[in-house]
Design a protein around this ligand. Structure first.
Ligand code: RB5
Length: 150
């Protein structure tokens, strides 16, 4: 699968762990956002770059990381057609796929440890969308977006 992983400075160290993890499992990875953990980098710019790669067809899924995960998840969810979930455990990451058909997993590097973060990434990769009644709800989100963005 093709991934884009993006972070601000607060998420930089965890981002690089996630990138290594994805590559070790054979995934293609584009890295966006901060290039170090010390120089301030806006989570807004990091989120925008991630969505651009998805919208340009360069990546199918995204992992978005900032200090809390809150700022970058807000940014990513402002884009039409993108469903991003801020998760803090593996169950949430699995449900983001199974119920919400989310394309972007957001997490907070100052909230979750590395082992939990990688566990969430694996859950997010492995879980399929359940469809059926959940498909109707996701379609309803899309219809709401069509109203808002017309
Ligand atoms: C950066 O200090 C911090 O504000 C950012 O990483 C994030 O937590 C914002 O939501």
């Amino acid at each position: 699968m093709k991934f884009v992983v993006s972070s601000d400075h607060a998420g930089y160290d965890l981002k690089m762990k996630v990138v290594d993890h994805l590559k070790s499992k054979g995934h293609e990875v584009i890295v966006e956002g901060a290039v170090s953990g010390t120089e301030p980098f806006s989570y807004v710019e990091a989120g925008q770059a991630l969505v651009k790669d998805i919208n340009d067809g360069k990546a199918e899924r995204g992992i978005a990381i900032c200090g809390t995960g809150i700022g970058i998840s807000i940014v990513v969810n402002k884009f039409k057609g993108i469903r991003c979930g801020l998760c803090s455990n593996e169950y949430m990451a699995r449900m983001l796929r199974q119920h919400n058909n989310g394309q972007v997993l957001a997490m907070g590097a100052r909230v979750v440890g590395q082992a939990l973060a990688l566990g969430m990434v694996d859950a997010f990769i492995d879980e399929p969308f359940a469809g059926e009644r959940h498909a109707q709800r996701v379609n309803d989100i899309c219809a709401q977006e069509d109203e808002l963005f017309k």
